[in-house]
Each structure stands twice: as C-alpha cells, then as structure tokens.
Design a protein around this ligand. Structure first.
Ligand code: SAM
Length: 255
C-alpha cells in the first residue's frame, strides 16, 4: 500500500480541479459531544466536498453525522456507505468494496472526500477497511487520517480517573466473543476497557461477579450525547435495553 500523507504539514484546503484527484480524509469525530472534535477535523470539514458516513440498521441516524453535522457545509454532498451489522466476512468485504468504489469515483472527479467516524478513526472503525480498499483501487491517492478522542478516553475523563498509572497495564478489548476469555485478560490486566458490551452484557457481568470485580467496574453509555448514562451498579442494567454505544471500565485498584 502506498500511503502518501502530509502529517507534518499544516492542512490547507485546496480547490480540486477535474484533472487532479481529490484527497481522502478519515476523520474521528470524537465520542459524541460536538465540542470534542479536533480543530484539524473542523478545519477540514469546513471546506469538504463529500462527506462519507457509515450507515447500518443499528445506526439509523448516523452517529458521526449527528456529532459533526454543525461543521459540515450545506454544499457538501453526504454519501452513505453501508456497514452491515454482520460478522460474515464475505458480506462485509463486498460492502467495503462497494463503498470504496463509490469513494474512488468521487476522488477521481477531483473531489475531497472525508469519511467520518465516531471516536478515533483507527480504532474499531469501518474507515480502516475502506482505506485499504480505496488504496487498492487508487494506489497513489493522497490520504490524511485525523485522530479523534476515543470513547474510553472520554469515559476516563468523565470519571476524573486514570485509565492507567505508572507501570500498570491497560487492556482494550471488544467483548463480543466468549466472555470466558475475559477471565484471562482480567487476570493479566488490572485495568481494562470492555467495548461493544451491549450484547453479551449479562455474561460479562457474570464474569466480573465471579472474579470479585463487579464493584471495580463502571458502565457508561452514550457518553457525550444528551442521554448519556453512567452507573456503578452493573446488575441494574441486566434486564434493561443496553445501547450499542456502551462500554465498561474496570479498575481493579478502584476508581
Ligand atoms: C465500533 S466501536 C467504535 C470505537 C470508536 N472508534 C472509539 O474510538 O471509541 C463502537 C464501540 O465504542 C464504544 N463507544 C463509542 N462511542 C461511545 C460513547 N459515546 N459512549 C460509550 N461507548 C461508546 C462502545 O463500546 C461501542 O460499542
């Protein structure tokens, strides 16, 4: 893959011509609050031609657009890329290819395209899959990935607590697989961020309970959105509808 980046350059919007390919941006828009985008992200969005948004059935109003909408000019075209909620690799590969082709077509027209995504662009995001596919289609394309504040950085800040201190280890894991594997991780890591916890929530809380860690954990949902919710009573969420945007912070040394 040939990624030409301009990491040390100050970003200056350019007016693309039809002869010149556009530039691809991957922008992490942060955890949810519209004032937690970076200045660089806002600067790029202000003059962007096409904004590409991930859309799945579970993400009906496109979260990234909700977060960043106020910075996107009315002239920008909004282009959706399907991100089906499946783990079937073939289905996903086909959608990513379709999405990459749509993006490549815009870049070939000389338009600058920004894929916006919640949190950080390089962590559990469709962006990195699309980026690889776009670079296969257009190997010389110019790319700039703009980091965003991750959900768990925002969660730690919200709780005014450290994610890790000194030599402490920190694990970041998507808790979608066998929650039993959590035991191994929690034996090795005193601090852990458990992401994507909504589905297997009860099994995860069972593990935390068995390990005597339930009181060393906090559940955080929709942080930065008007309906954000935080509780250290993990059992209280067992029977409730859990939002996809929810995570658990575990700190065995206490909060
Ligand atoms: C596909 S991952 C995206 C991660 C994102 N790129 C980041 O940097 O945080 C989705 C998971 O991130 C977590 N998440 C994202 N935004 C969140 C928020 N505002 N509040 C709580 N958890 C959030 C949840 O665990 C959710 O299931």
């Amino acid at each position: 893959m040939n990624l030409r980046t301009s990491s040390s350059e100050v970003y200056r919007p350019t007016v693309s011509t039809a002869k010149q390919r556009g530039k691809l941006f991957g922008i992490g828009v942060g955890p949810g609050a519209p004032d937690l985008l970076t200045l660089r992200a806002i600067e790029i969005l202000k003059s962007i031609n096409v904004v590409c948004i991930p859309r799945s059935k579970a993400d009906n109003d496109s979260l990234a657009l909700t977060v960043a909408g106020k910075y996107i000019p009315a002239t920008a075209e909004i282009m959706e890329v399907a991100t089906p909620m499946t783990r079937d690799r073939q289905v996903l590969e086909a959608e990513w290819r379709r999405g990459a082709e749509k993006i490549a077509a815009k870049l070939n027209e000389g338009l600058n395209v920004a894929f916006i995504t919640i949190g950080d662009a390089m962590l559990f995001s469709t962006y990195t899959y699309l980026l690889k596919k776009v670079c296969q289609l257009l190997p010389d394309i110019e790319v700039e990935s703009v980091p965003g504040i991750t959900s768990f950085a925002a969660a730690a800040a919200h709780l005014n607590t450290a994610l890790a201190e000194g030599n402490e280890k920190l694990a970041i894991i998507p808790a979608v697989d066998d929650p039993g594997q959590l035991r191994e991780v929690l034996r090795l890591f005193p601090n852990a961020v458990l992401m994507k916890v909504a589905g297997q929530y009860n099994e995860i809380v069972d593990v935390l309970t068995d390990m005597g860690l339930k009181d060393s954990a906090v559940y955080i949902s929709r942080l930065g959105y008007p309906d954000q919710f935080v509780t250290d009573d993990l059992d209280s969420m067992r029977q409730k509808k859990r939002d996809y945007l929810s995570l658990i912070l575990v700190k065995q040394g206490g909060f």
